[in-house]
Design a binder for this molecule. Structure first.
Ligand SMILES: *[C@@H]1O[C@H](CO)[C@@H](O)[C@H](O)[C@H]1NC(C)=O
Ligand SMILES: *[C@@H]1O[C@H](CO)[C@@H](O)[C@H](O)[C@H]1NC(C)=O
Ligand SMILES: *[C@@H]1O[C@H](CO)[C@@H](O)[C@H](O)[C@H]1NC(C)=O
Ligand SMILES: *[C@@H]1O[C@H](CO)[C@@H](O)[C@H](O)[C@H]1NC(C)=O
Ligand SMILES: *[C@@H]1O[C@H](CO)[C@@H](O)[C@H](O)[C@H]1NC(C)=O
Ligand SMILES: *[C@@H]1O[C@H](CO)[C@@H](O)[C@H](O)[C@H]1NC(C)=O
Length: 351
């Protein structure tokens, strides 16, 4: 109960604690009524709400144990001070796709500056136990761009200075996906899989999107996913923002279908007709120290399908080594882009 007291008295507590203000204020979801093996959505949401309103650095804690968060949940800013979510337990996610409320992600973080997601915990989307997700998700995309039905692990949009560190994410869809309006997002020491890997986009489906700049994925393992590192923008769509300064480094792929994919003809339902190329400019993308294994996927492990109208600029590969499990070399296809290749590049984009 004493914890409860400190929760409801953030500012008073802070007056007392102001001399040690470097220590973030803790908001433990247990103190907000979170119970192991039960749905913690409400407890988490309330803890987030108070932490976000706190005018000094705060930390929302999910302790060890297994918890459920069966629905889509969105944590919004802006928050008054830097905020961290530390997950040391396992959060089990969407089991029933009909519970999906919005754009098709499970846990959403939006409109936040200076946010860190950390902890030794697991975001377990239970994706593989769901027959609906064993199909190619993308097959569920409905006619109009921007309405794809899928379940990202963490979706981040309209945020600045977000770090996702030391986590494990397995969802059946994107482990982390970036929507529009993000700057300075870092994903580091994250184990991803099964699912669809790390993704920027899909973008371009709507007018009035904001650019994405500064996305780093570093020191991560991507295991048993369909894609590894992916940027996708819609064909036949109005969006014309830029996506720039992406750095993917020190990544290990294990049995990934398409380890590296820039797809500017994204149109899963194939109803776009590909009449118009994507208007999104992708530039300054570096893939450095990427190694591991691919599974057979129409023969290509590295696919850069850039826009005819806006060819990708300054794409750089530095020490990339992707093999099939049997040691033989897959293929790369690189269209509307002339990548720079330094160090080992296997497979190479160059003929
Ligand atoms: C935090 O808010 C409390 C009351 O709302 C106020 O007294 C205090 O000065 C604020 N601290 C900072 C650092 O703004
Ligand atoms: C990279 O990730 C591994 C495994 O997750 C971890 O043990 C190691 O400390 C990380 N290295 C750096 C430089 O962060
Ligand atoms: C990769 O995932 C498979 C299937 O989930 C698992 O059996 C294997 O241990 C994982 N490999 C590593 C290195 O984590
Ligand atoms: C995007 O399109 C809008 C109008 O649709 C235009 O005003 C804007 O200049 C375009 N931006 C870029 C980067 O081309
Ligand atoms: C290795 O595996 C790939 C993908 O399954 C296959 O296309 C290729 O023929 C195999 N190579 C050898 C030497 O078995
Ligand atoms: C890349 O573009 C070509 C040409 O439009 C298309 O045939 C192919 O399916 C695309 N590949 C991927 C992986 O999207």
């Amino acid at each position: 109960m004493y914890l409860k007291l400190s929760i409801t008295t953030c500012s008073i507590f802070m007056l007392l604690a102001s001399s040690v203000s470097a220590i973030p204020k803790m908001f433990d979801i247990i103190a907000y009524g979170g119970v192991p093996n039960e749905d913690i959505t409400q407890a988490f949401t309330n803890a987030w709400y108070d932490a976000c309103a706190c005018n000094v650095s705060s930390k929302v804690m999910v302790p060890r144990g297994t918890f459920k968060m069966p629905n889509t949940v969105t944590f919004s800013g802006p928050c008054k001070a830097p905020i961290e979510v530390k997950v040391d337990g396992t959060i089990q996610g969407i089991i029933n796709p009909s519970t999906l409320k919005q754009e098709g992600s499970w846990v959403n973080f939006e409109y936040i500056n200076f946010f860190t997601l950390s902890g030794s915990g697991i975001f377990d989307g239970l994706g593989v136990s769901n027959p609906w997700k064993q199909d190619d998700f993308d097959a569920f995309t409905v006619s109009a761009p921007g309405e794809s039905v899928n379940t990202d692990g963490l979706h981040i949009s309209k945020s600045t200075n977000v770090n996702v560190i030391n986590s494990r994410i397995g969802t059946g869809d994107d482990c982390v996906s970036l929507g529009d309006g993000n700057t300075q997002i870092t994903v580091q020491n994250v184990n991803c899989g099964p699912g669809h890997g790390f993704s920027v986009g899909s973008l371009g489906g709507k007018k009035n999107e904001q650019p994405v700049t500064g996305f780093t994925v570093r020191n991560c393992t991507i295991n048993s996913t369909s894609n590894g590192l992916r940027v996708k923008t819609w064909a036949d769509a109005p969006g014309n923002i830029s996506i720039s300064n992406l750095l993917f480094e020190d990544i290990t792929m294990i049995n990934v279908k398409t380890p590296i994919l820039i797809d500017q003809e994204y149109c899963p339902s194939k109803k776009c007709g590909n009449k118009e190329p994507s208007k999104i400019q992708i530039s300054d993308v570096t893939f450095r120290n990427i190694k591991g294994t691919a599974t057979l996927n129409y023969g290509h492990s590295i696919v850069l399908n850039c826009s005819k109208e806006k060819p990708c600029k300054n794409v750089r590969f530095d020490n990339v080594d992707i093999k099939y499990n049997n040691g033989s070399m897959p293929l790369a296809t690189c269209v509307n882009v002339d990548p720079i290749e330094v160090g080992l590049m296997s497979p190479s984009c160059k003929p």
